[in-house]
Design a protein around this ligand. Structure first.
Ligand code: PLP
Length: 477
């Protein structure tokens, strides 16, 4: 493709993108596709000859698009959102155009310095300690793994980095029983071992019980383990329960344990002063992660890790072979030393665009809008005698189920609710996912899409009511 053709195609594509964004709620949220259906439409061999761009773009529309789940659909209520926004998309286009590799200051000084500055902006706007420093990672999974590796190396004076495990280390990591699977994965990868994740019981709000945490730590010490890290959740994945950060932090300090706060989804709420109580006491923690790619209108991927003492991270990851050395190294920040990967995308650009385009006032307004929509919906649900809300709703994730009478067993109710959710999802108008809370099948309704409005919520609620399983005697098919 020559530059002239690029210009022509790019203009047309931007028109297509704008059309898509304007009409995204007319698509089926999730595709009706059988496994293999897309795969078999794609030729078995790569083309020998270059193809015409029109043909490529036609296949994108005819083959790929029908197999997409529309994550930006305002009625996508499943998992956590990966919401984007127009300024973020524009920045991504620039990032791709510049094609910069931002591993070191010298490889793109603006990328490093913009990253430093926007992370300071967000840190200050969110009420995080002004001395903490941040780095952008691809995902919260990577950021948490990085924090756990840094905790591991701090605890053993970098001896595992140097010599590998000696066999004497018996580390333990603690989290609530509602921990995200990325913590399990971090223990698998770091050599600590998944069996050394101690899952602490939760209270009736599904938040970690600090007294149980302390008891587990004391027992582990008696049994010869080294308590290494506590991962507290500022917003669990199932129900956005908020662990008591301050009390957990005090326990970590008492036993010299790294405290990592996983705020992957809910961390965006800290832009609201009225939500900053959630992070009260974080000053004693060591690290904190949140994903702008979930609820901050910033394209996937973009995860931000803040650290009280970044040198633990840098000492864990830093490596400077000859070919990466520069005469500026003593004066500058080389983000390649702040994580696992060497090559780095220019992710700060989209954060900068989003922050400047919305302004903090605009971001807060959007978040408050989502919280208000959730509040109104909760009132509707509470007024319905057959709907049960299964967990407190500190933000915008509502876990609910149909529970008409006490006539059904737990298994029957789980079956009925799963069927109900699938039926509603099959309509293509909405998309919900589920979790289990104390064995109860709970449909999760997360209201965090960039363009979600009251009428999307009303339509989804009416659809749910329309498909409500009637109260006939239960018969399993
Ligand atoms: N932590 C929590 C609490 C999450 O909810 C999630 C994802 O939903 C993650 C971590 C993992 O996020 P990522 O996909 O960025 O690795």
């Amino acid at each position: 493709m020559d530059k002239k053709e690029f210009r022509k195609q790019a203009h047309q594509m931007v028109d297509w993108m704008a059309d898509y964004l304007e009409t995204k709620d007319s698509f089926h949220v999730s595709p009706k596709i059988n496994p293999g259906e897309i795969y078999h439409q794609i030729p078995e061999m790569a083309p020998e000859e270059g193809e015409d761009y029109d043909a490529i773009f036609k296949d994108f529309k005819d083959i790929i698009l029908p197999g997409m789940t529309h994550w930006q659909h305002p009625s996508f209520f499943g998992y956590f959102p990966a919401n984007n926004s127009e300024p973020s998309i524009l920045a991504e286009m620039l990032t791709a155009t510049l094609g910069a590799q931002c591993m070191s200051w010298i490889t793109s000084p603006a990328a490093t310095e913009l990253e430093e500055r926007v992370l300071e902006w967000m840190r200050d706007a969110k009420g995080i300690c002004s001395t903490w420093k941040g780095v952008i990672q691809d995902t919260a999974s990577t950021a948490t793994l990085s924090a756990i590796l840094a905790a591991r190396e701090r605890a053993c004076s970098y001896s595992i980095n140097e010599n590998g495990y000696s066999g004497r280390e018996k580390f333990r990591v603690y989290s609530s029983e509602h921990v995200h699977s990325s913590i399990d994965k971090a223990l698998k990868i770091s050599g600590i071992g998944q069996s050394n994740l101690v899952r602490i019981a939760v209270d009736k709000t599904y938040a970690m019980r600090p007294a149980d945490l302390e008891k587990a730590i004391q027992e582990d010490i008696i049994n010869g383990f080294t308590p290494l890290c506590v991962v507290s959740a500022l917003g669990t994945t199932s129900s956005t329960a908020i662990d008591p950060i301050k009390r957990i932090g005090e326990i970590c300090q008492m036993y010299n344990i790294w405290h990592h706060i996983d705020a992957a989804f809910a961390g965006t709420a800290l832009f609201l002063p009225e939500c900053q109580w959630m992070i009260e006491g974080h000053e004693t923690a060591d690290s904190y992660v949140f994903n702008p790619h979930k609820w901050m209108f910033t394209n996937f991927d973009c995860s931000v890790l803040y650290l009280k003492n970044p040198h633990f991270l840098v000492n864990t990851f830093s490596l400077t072979p000859e070919y990466l050395k520069s005469n500026m190294d003593a004066e500058v920040n080389n983000y390649r030393d702040w994580g696992i990967q060497l090559g780095r995308r220019f992710r700060a650009l989209k954060l900068w665009f989003v922050l400047r385009s919305y302004g903090l006032i605009g971001i807060r307004a959007k978040l408050r809008h989502h919280l208000a929509l959730a509040k109104t919906l909760i009132m509707e649900m509470e007024a319905h005698h057959d709907i049960e809300i299964l967990a407190p709703v500190p933000l915008n994730t509502i876990c609910f189920r149909y529970n008409p009478t006490s006539r059904y067993t737990l298994d029957e109710l789980n079956y009925i609710n799963e069927k109900w959710m699938n039926l509603v999802n099959q309509s293509g108008r909405v998309f919900f996912t589920h979790t289990k809370l104390e064995g109860k099948f709970a449909i999760r309704w997360v209201i965090g899409q960039t363009d979600v409005e009251d009428f999307h919520i009303k339509e989804a609620w009416n659809l749910l009511l329309h498909k409500l399983p009637d109260a006939k005697p239960y018969v399993k098919e």
